[in-house]
Design a protein around this ligand. Structure first.
Ligand SMILES: [Fe+2]
Ligand SMILES: [Fe+2]
Length: 188
């Protein structure tokens, strides 16, 4: 695991500084939430550091790279190729970084939409990305979700997706079906 992290840290140096900072803030929150919820903090840390590495590509390159590597692309993803940055990062992690850990690969793959039946690691990675300090500072509505993520991961995921889906609807944007499935799954 430390070898993988060393490789990733090296790779991170070539990413835009804003993106590097987001990855580090996500990993820091990921570690804190892991300790609170007794989740494997090493796996969470690696997943958080890696989750957005494919964002160095623009959306056209994302789609092209996904097609070249024969990743499955739904029509929602074709219409909104930014949705491919998780699956693509997971693919790179496996192929370029030789990561064989399925929990890490899944956490990265599904970090944008979530999905039903997420592992504890996936839940912590999902939320750490969504409510890292800079995002909360920019959108104070997220503070409630950050608070909730300290005590109840499932409720925090539901609340986040509920808010996000409403926002996307108001903006007239594409909604990934997995986000809707996850929202319904985590509703109590
Ligand atoms: Fe992302
Ligand atoms: Fe992110």
């Amino acid at each position: 695991m430390s070898k993988l992290l060393t490789k990733l840290n090296y790779y991170l140096n070539d990413l835009p500084v804003k993106l590097q900072n987001h990855l580090h803030r996500t990993a820091k929150l990921g570690r804190e939430l892991s300790l609170l919820h007794e989740v494997n903090d090493e796996k969470v840390f690696v997943s958080c550091i890696a989750h957005d590495i494919a964002k160095k590509l623009d959306i056209h390159e994302m789609l092209e790279e996904s097609k070249q590597n024969k990743l499955s692309i739904s029509y929602e993803e074709e219409k909104s190729p930014i949705l491919m940055h998780g699956p693509l990062a997971s693919f790179w992690l496996e192929k370029k970084f030789n990561c064989k850990d399925q929990e890490i690969l899944d956490s990265v793959f599904f970090h944008t939409t979530g999905r039903p039946y997420m592992s504890q690691i996936e839940k912590v990675v999902f939320l750490s990305d969504k409510v890292e300090p800079y995002k909360v500072q920019r959108n104070p509505d997220l503070l409630e979700i950050l608070d909730l993520s300290m005590s109840d991961l499932d409720s925090a995921i539901f609340k986040y997706l509920d808010m996000k889906i409403q926002h996307l609807l108001n903006q007239g944007q594409i909604i990934h079906p997995l986000a809707i499935e996850a929202r319904n799954f985590y509703m109590k």
